[in-house]
Write a protein that binds this ligand. Structure first.
Ligand code: DQA
Length: 144
């Protein structure tokens, strides 16, 4: 069994492709998933790629990654990045290392995006490059 990377995506990322393309580009989440699967397979890793609009579901999936002894969790928590102590606590509670990703660079946007709660529980953050942010995160996870 190859070890598994959980790649988790939060609210509104299901709308990528048409959502604020001037910020997020026109790449769809399905295209990101396909590229991530290809990159992970280059490293001999399996992928669980998921999206939800619900905070508690992300918490449950972090616990599931722990129970499954995942190699790492790559998470774009989207807006919950900036609000969720629950996701931070979950990231700290689990054994698999957590890597934060973003398509945009929240540090260059509105002030309320400058705080990342989950970042406090992450071993690395890749941001601002669109789809390549995810691919860099997979390379980093494979090297852990
Ligand atoms: C995002 C950045 C967040 O600030 C925002 O709420 C998102 C997407 C990104 O990938 O750039 O939904 O996480």
């Amino acid at each position: 069994m190859p070890s598994t990377l959980f790649i988790l995506n939060g609210p509104n990322l299901n709308l990528l492709g048409t959502r604020e393309p001037e910020i997020y580009g026109t790449t769809t989440l399905a295209e990101i998933e396909a590229a991530c699967a290809g990159k992970a397979h280059e490293h001999g890793l399996a992928v669980e790629f998921r999206q939800t609009n619900h905070e508690g579901t992300l918490v449950d999936w972090l616990h599931e990654a722990h129970a499954a002894d995942a190699k790492a969790v790559i998470i774009n928590a989207a807006a919950y990045t900036h609000t969720s102590v629950a996701l931070l606590d979950a990231a700290k509670a689990i054994t698999p290392p957590v890597i934060e990703v973003h398509l945009s660079d929240p540090q260059t946007r509105e002030d309320f995006r400058h705080v990342s709660y989950i970042g406090e529980g992450a071993v690395a953050c890749f941001k601002g490059k669109g789809l390549p942010s995810y691919l860099d995160a997979i390379d980093a996870a494979a090297a852990l």
